[in-house]
Write a protein that binds this ligand. Structure first.
Ligand code: ADP
Ligand code: MG
Length: 703
């Protein structure tokens, strides 16, 4: 069914005052193709003409300010790259300097010394004088005394558009023209009326008008709240529909019994007793896999919470029911380590385990591929790429994706293509994902949380030391090594190919060597430029305890398990992200010994870097770290989320609008549970809307 064309689908050139040339610019610069796109190009703020401050009130703590005054001078200074335009704005209380580094000729043409302007921007101080760089500026028209407050929208635009006269103000004129043509029916309600009533939401048509042209601040707040809620709610309805439809209608392999493999292993070979959290998650997995529908479960657990054994027990459950399993790791080293620990645990069990990675020799590869087709191999451990691309199974029942937060919905779908009845999927994250992010980026999955560490672990003590304290840090590491422990030295390597950080690493290695001379001390080094074989050998020497020190880059970040290692020194800690630091720290504190993480920084750490380090020193809790990380970086910067498309909200922001997201989630869950197919009349506006947005992911699968 193709949905009817509405006025909002009209090409933008047809809007009064736009025309083909400006339309081209709007398309290129702002992605505004249709009337509807313009309507959704929201103002980033409103100017309240009644809120004008005095220049004399600006002080070093002032952030943004709006002032009005007369332009008293305007001069171009400097040459070439240093060229800038400096103007002075004067009001009764003082003088404010305005500076432009770009668009100088446009500004010079359009501003006039002697005229009055309204100026808004972020203030700074330069040589003790207040200034604004690249201010928003427009002719000042005093608000009428006693009149209604008038909030004028200011739209995001680009320097290029401004240079063609398409400034934020002009965009406002277009939007005004558009809104005055629209009838309520052009922006029909898409939320169920009872929900609108219950949450006291603004009506949709009104909300669109008032988000652009509010009569008062409260009107804007109400409009924006409604539109944010709508965005979040629609996304959550989609995710819940996908999840529910999959749970109800997808076929899934049935693991109906717990059998010999599982029971024998559990009673005879499990080297410890499971934590309460591990038991709970296993129960969830058993329930999921027994229902006849495909399981899609996200297992979140902090570093060291023991996710591997949960995966292994699930794989044994698959084997009991006649199915093969694979476990996919993001790196060769990690795949290797999983292979070894799983083989070790299954030593006395009649289970065939194979390792398949990029460096598996071709004869061995052939043997494995054949074994998987014939079902003589039960478990295969490998790197993603290899397993996804080349492997055919006789009878694949379970896929475990380990240590992966870059695994989008699309990739998950690719796995199902392998079998007529899709295998169960268990995604295990390396570090916890903040709740709001999990709800949006993984909202179509069920999730399990392991919030308990195995008993006997001592929390890692994390400290911050400056580079100048290096000698005493080294002394400390030495005493740990004398006690028989092992130590990591980690260097930042942003890109494996980056020359500079590679040299840093080499220098670091020499430095560590000078403090810990051979032959008394033995050092392994691992980095991304080594051939796989060499990396492997060096890693293994450290794992076996042949070397006491491991110097490396973040290639060791993920999953590596050396319980005897009790110290980690992170060099240039200011260069690491928060979740990366936490993940690295998770490499120590895995044995029963007290462990330490020392964050070394130079003197140049930024405010944010210092904040990250402070958080690391304050908590060991990965869930808390993840929340802080999201707060500090914002959703757009969290790895893997940009591609996921799940966070492309125009107005809502999962950090700032957390409460609204929780609300949208629970309302969407309830609605989808009650009306699985959106058959109720009250939900038909919603259904219609989702259909009209069919191109967006999710809904297309079910209607
Ligand atoms: P992660 O969740 O980070 O992948 P692992 O699965 O690598 O953690 O487990 C970390 C360590 O804890 C391993 O050495 C593992 O053998 C051990 N471990 C896991 N579960 C338990 C438990 N219930 N009791 C004691 N040790 C455990
Ligand atoms: Mg792990």
């Amino acid at each position: 069914m193709s949905h009817p064309q509405t006025i909002l689908d009209s090409p933008i050139e047809y809007l009064k005052g736009v025309g083909p040339l400006r339309a081209d610019m709007l398309k290129k610069e702002l992605g505004i193709y249709r009337f509807g796109d313009l309507l959704e190009h929201f103002p980033n703020r409103h100017i309240d003409k009644t809120q004008v401050s005095s220049i004399g009130d600006i002080h070093p703590q002032t952030e943004y300010i709006q002032v009005a005054g007369t332009l008293v001078s305007m001069d171009t200074l400097g040459e070439k790259r240093g060229r800038r335009l400096v103007a002075q704005l004067r009001d009764r209380s003082g003088i404010l300097e305005l500076t432009w580094f770009q668009g100088i000729s446009w500004v010079t043409r359009n501003l006039h010394v002697g005229s009055d302007y309204l100026v808004f921007g972020k203030t700074g101080f330069f040589n003790g004088k207040p200034q604004i760089v690249h201010p928003e500026i427009e002719p000042f028209v005093p608000a009428k005394a006693g009149g209604k407050t008038y909030l004028e929208p200011v739209y995001p635009t680009t320097e290029k558009l401004k240079a063609r006269g398409l400034n934020g103000r002009q965009l406002g004129k277009f939007t005004y023209a558009l809104l005055s043509q629209l009838q309520p029916a052009d922006i029909p309600e898409n939320l169920p009326q009872p929900l609108i009533d219950k949450l006291k939401l603004a009506d949709r048509f009104q909300a669109y008008r008032q988000v652009h042209f509010p009569g008062a601040a409260q009107e804007y707040e109400r409009a924006v709240k409604r539109l944010k809620f709508e965005e979040l709610f629609i996304a959550q309805v989609r995710l819940n529909l996908v999840k529910l439809q999959r749970n109800q209608y997808s076929k899934g392999v049935v693991f109906e019994k717990v059998g010999e493999y599982f029971n024998t292993f559990y009673s005879q070979h499990l080297p410890f007793s499971l934590t309460g959290a591990q038991k709970r998650v296993l129960k969830e997995i058993r329930t999921d896999t027994g229902r006849g529908h495909q399981m899609n479960r996200l297992l979140q657990g902090d570093v060291g919470s023991g996710k591997t054994i949960v995966a292994l027990l699930s794989m044994l459950l698959a084997a009991d029911n006649g199915y093969q399993s694979c476990i996919m790791a993001p790196t060769e080293i990690l795949a290797q380590q999983h292979y070894q620990s799983i083989s070790e645990l299954l030593r006395e069990m009649p289970v065939e385990v194979a390792l398949l990675t990029g460096s598996t020799r071709s004869a061995e590869r052939k043997r494995i591929l054949k074994g998987l087709l014939e079902d003589s191999i039960h478990f295969v451990v490998g790197t993603h790429a290899v397993i996804e691309d080349t492997v055919q199974f006789r009878n694949l029942g379970l896929v475990v994706v380990d240590e992966q937060h870059r695994f989008g919905v699309a990739q998950r779908a690719r796995l199902w293509e392998k079998a007529a009845v899709p295998p169960h999927v268990l995604v295990m994250t390396a570090t916890p994902i903040p709740r709001t992010l999990a709800m949006t980026a993984y909202g179509d999955l069920d999730y399990s949380i392991m919030d308990e560490l195995p008993p006997g672990r001592q929390p890692v003590t994390t400290v911050h030391r400056s580079e100048t304290a290096r000698a005493s840090v080294m002394d400390f590491v030495r005493t740990e090594i004398e006690k028989g422990r092992q130590a990591y030295f980690i260097y930042p390597l942003i890109e494996e190919s980056e020359k500079l950080s590679y040299e840093d690493l080499m220098q670091g290695y020499e430095q560590v060597k000078s403090f810990f001379p051979e032959p008394k001390y033995r050092i392994s080094m691992v980095h991304g430029r080594q051939p796989a074989g060499q990396k492997e050998t060096n890693m293994q020497r450290f794992v076996k305890g042949d070397t006491q020190i491991m110097v490396g880059t973040t290639v060791i970040e993920v999953g590596v398990n050396v319980p005897n290692a009790s110290v980690m020194v992170i060099e240039s800690a200011e260069k690491f992200g928060l979740s990366q630091l936490h993940q690295l720290r998770g490499r120590v504190g895995r044995g029963s010994e007290k462990s330490f993480c020392i964050l070394l920084t130079g003197s140049t750490a930024s405010k944010e870097a210092r904040e990250r380090i402070k958080i690391m020193c304050a908590t060991n809790d990965g869930f808390a770290v993840a929340e802080k990380d999201l707060e500090l970086r914002g959703p757009g910067d969290i790895e893997g989320t940009r591609q996921s498309g799940a966070l492309n909200f125009k107005l809502a922001n999962i950090v700032n609008d957390k409460g609204l997201l929780e609300l949208a989630r629970s309302e969407a869950e309830m609605l989808v549970k009650e009306d699985t197919e959106l058959k109720l009349t009250i939900n038909s506006p919603l259904k219609l809307f989702l259909r009209s947005q069919k191109h967006k992911n999710g809904w297309s699968r079910i209607s």
